[in-house]
Design a protein around this ligand. Sequence first.
Ligand SMILES: Cc1cc2nc3c(=O)[nH]c(=O)nc-3n(C[C@H](O)[C@H](O)[C@H](O)COP(=O)(O)OP(=O)(O)OC[C@H]3O[C@@H](n4cnc5c(N)ncnc54)[C@H](O)[C@@H]3O)c2cc1C
Length: 393
Amino acid sequence: MYNFAIIGGGIVGLSTGMALGQKYPNASIVVLEKEDCVAFHQTGRNSGVIHSGIYYKPGSFKAKFTSVGNQSMVDFCRTYDIPHEVCGKVIVATKEKELLLLENIYQLGLEKKLKVKKISSQEVKEIEPYVNCLAGVYVPTSGIVDYKKVSQKYSQLIQKQGGEICLNTEVKRIIKTSDSQILETNQGTIKTNFVINCSGLYSDRVAKLAKVDSQVKIVPFRGEYYELIPEKRYLVKNLVYPVPNPEFPFLGVHFTRMIDGSVHAGPNAVLSLKREGYKKTDFNLKDCAEVMTYPGFWKLAAKHADEGIKEMIRSFSKAAFVHSLQQIIPEVTVSDVIASKSGVRAQALKPDGGLVNDFLIIQDKQALHVCNAPSPAATASLEIGKAIVARIP
Ligand SMILES: Cc1cc2nc3c(=O)[nH]c(=O)nc-3n(C[C@H](O)[C@H](O)[C@H](O)COP(=O)(O)OP(=O)(O)OC[C@H]3O[C@@H](n4cnc5c(N)ncnc54)[C@H](O)[C@@H]3O)c2cc1C
């Protein structure tokens, strides 16, 4: 019998396991992960950016956890010698109509007491010589890291504290009894007092296994990347972002220098017809039918039809993708980029078609369900883990 069982060995489940071990050193803790390694899904397939927290609405969990989480992630990497860099980023407006939105982002940064700076197109060029824009905002606290490496360190620390990580273990059923819960897995049965659901792309289904209606559906949005060929990496020094569409939770196709030196361009955001569908051709009947029969999806699709169609075109046409990149760096050509690995975002959608913008944690008597942990949950993972543990009754 365990005191705590965490479902999901992504960065959120692992940070929760670590925070639990710190708060309850004598508790028995197990992390159940269906893959043969940790961080296989969203955590191991992202842009690797340590976000500053600039974009998020003041008062939201995202704003609160990311501003603090940025610093705690950097401190964690320093403590455990995980390669990382606080390289700063520029957000650039390339069209007149984006200037006001850029100003709003700057004001959001000031409200959060970030050391942001408005910069002219010439000053942007001093930081990123190949970027063409009208104006920019410089955010010095953004950084880069490999979140798979961070997750592996979280795992080691959980095990050092006496916790267990069970790989290849998929939770298939949850049976509640008066004083415990029985988790049926492909590896046998596990008994626990308390369950924490951190299953990312499956969080709504795992909540359902525990008879909790999260009132949201996870809609998978694939983010596809291209990569600059090594000879063209010089075009990007660090991180270059466009001004995001404020109606959309995604940040727009950007350039990211990864900690291994490669430079990625992306991700776009296209509906994936499979929850863990990393290829354009991936399809799962159950996943697809669930989305297509969900009223919220059609309301969302109607509202963002234009954006959705543009993203589809960008997905199927390399020329269209490169055209978007050229808005920021005109010198990039189709032959300068090659397709790179993609990720799939677990985005919670409400029945009224509204995207859940903030982190969403649902509390039950003997369980907590993390039902929306999109970007920047990797950056904020240490703070999310602590917040989850603080909610345990
Ligand atoms: C394309 C992309 C780019 C992003 N860029 C950034 C970025 O630059 N910076 C940033 O901070 N964030 C970024 N994010 C967001 C970040 O990656 C996620 O918010 C974060 O990784 C979520 O972690 P998680 O642990 O909730 O989910 P996951 O990493 O998906 O982990 C969930 C785990 O649960 C397991 N699981 C599911 N069901 C079961 C079951 N029944 N039994 C056992 N195990 C189960 C899965 O196998 C998986 O390992 C990005 C995300 C994507 C997709």
